[in-house]
Design a protein around this ligand. Structure first.
Ligand SMILES: Cc1ncc(C[n+]2csc(CCOP(=O)(O)OP(=O)(O)O)c2C)c(N)n1
Length: 348
């Protein structure tokens, strides 16, 4: 999805619409999962819409993102089509991975979504890889990884950011600190107030941003992207946010109170805050939000119908796309590795 200019009224309206689309998508998934229409597990992004939309609005179509088990919002914000994403969740062959990936594995290389990764932290090295590819092949894209506060405790996350920092790779790391990792509170898992502080250990900027403010996220990612494009290396951004639903649908949530959830929803909701700001600035009027909501609702209803009507994949396809022929680039790196005078590494 194209970059937004958040100084332009029409683009700010567009940002609000994208957040509403994600919210409506997730509400529909919540309801239809409860009705048994959607197989597997789902982890909803409700509450965190400002992070995905703010970050992706600062990226170009050529940039790459990686996602997590809570990935529907990232997919939609990056420009994936709600009908094919819904079909993927429904396990249908019209889905992005022909229904074989489901909620936690959606990917679309055309829109720059390298994939949702349910292994906690596993998307981070992929974004580093996108940055390394850009550097090695003189391409203009950046790799941005979304990951949770829980993922920060994974070894591969540290290794990936350290490598990107050392090699000045065009990468951006966005921690979505929603205060919980499954049932573990943030305080029980980390000994710091701000996870962005760990940026000091990599020698890169660490930025804390209000993840309930779409424009604040947009500004932080815009700056990080400019820095990456200049060849100055990665930035670590911590967006403080909150998830409204349980870790997964069906989670009894013994680790938090309803009062806490209500407090965030009523007083800090990212969509309400942004819509109120746009109203104050006369960019939308009273009826605009309702109109936008009705429009996205119709889009999501159409997506559900599309998913319901789509066929299931043929069982014979089960092993398709599991292995690929080596990409020519593999030979390129192999030759570099085996070249005269090499010490065996792929080199920089
Ligand atoms: C390597 C690994 N360890 C454990 C799990 C089980 N698991 C799935 S999600 C999750 C919590 C992740 O929390 P966080 O990274 O904060 O993301 P959030 O759910 O808050 O979006 C855990 C422990 C997993 N999928 N992968």
């Amino acid at each position: 999805m194209a970059t937004l200019d958040m100084t332009a009224p029409s683009d700010r309206r567009q940002a609000l619409r994208r957040m509403l689309l994600i919210r409506e998508f997730e509400r529909a998934v919540r309801d239809n999962f409860a009705d048994g229409e959607i197989p597997g597990f789902v982890h909803l992004y409700l509450g965190q819409e400002a992070v995905a939309v703010g970050a992706c609005a600062a990226l170009t179509d050529d940039d790459y993102v990686t996602s997590t088990h809570r990935g529907h919002g990232h997919c939609l914000a990056k420009g994936m089509d709600e009908r094919r994403l819904m079909a993927e969740l429904y396990g249908r062959s019209e889905g992005y991975c022909r229904g074989k990936g489901g909620s936690m594995h959606a990917a679309d290389l055309d829109e720059g979504m390298l994939g949702a990764q349910p292994i906690v932290g596993a998307g981070v090295p992929l974004a580093t890889g996108a940055g390394l590819t850009a550097q090695l092949h003189d391409r203009d894209w950046v790799g941005l990884s979304f990951f949770g506060d829980g993922a920060v405790a994974e070894g591969q996350v540290h290794e990936s950011i350290n490598l990107a920092a050392t090699w000045d790779l065009p990468a951006i790391y966005v921690i979505e600190n929603n205060l919980y990792s499954e049932g573990m509170t943030f305080e029980k898992q980390h000994n710091v107030d701000d996870l962005a502080d760990s940026a000091a250990a990599y020698g890169i900027p660490g930025v804390v941003v209000d993840g309930m403010d779409v424009e604040a996220v947009y500004e932080a990612v815009t700056e990080a992207r400019e820095r990456a494009a200049r060849g100055d290396g990665p930035t670590l951004i911590e967006a403080k946010t909150y998830r409204y639903r349980g870790h997964y649908e069906g989670d009894p949530e013994p680790y938090r109170t309803q009062a806490e959830v209500d407090e965030w929803r009523e007083n800090r909701d990212a969509i309400d805050t942004f819509a109120a700001r746009l109203r104050e600035e006369d960019i939308i009027d009273e009826g605009d939000r309702e109109e936008m909501e009705a429009a996205v609702k119709a889009d999501i209803e159409a997506a559900i119908e599309y998913a319901r009507d789509a066929p299931f994949p043929d069982p014979e396809e089960a092993y398709d796309d599991v292995f690929v022929e080596p990409n020519p680039d593999v030979e390129y790196f192999r030759e570099r590795r085996d070249g005269a005078g090499s010490t065996g590494g792929a080199g920089r």
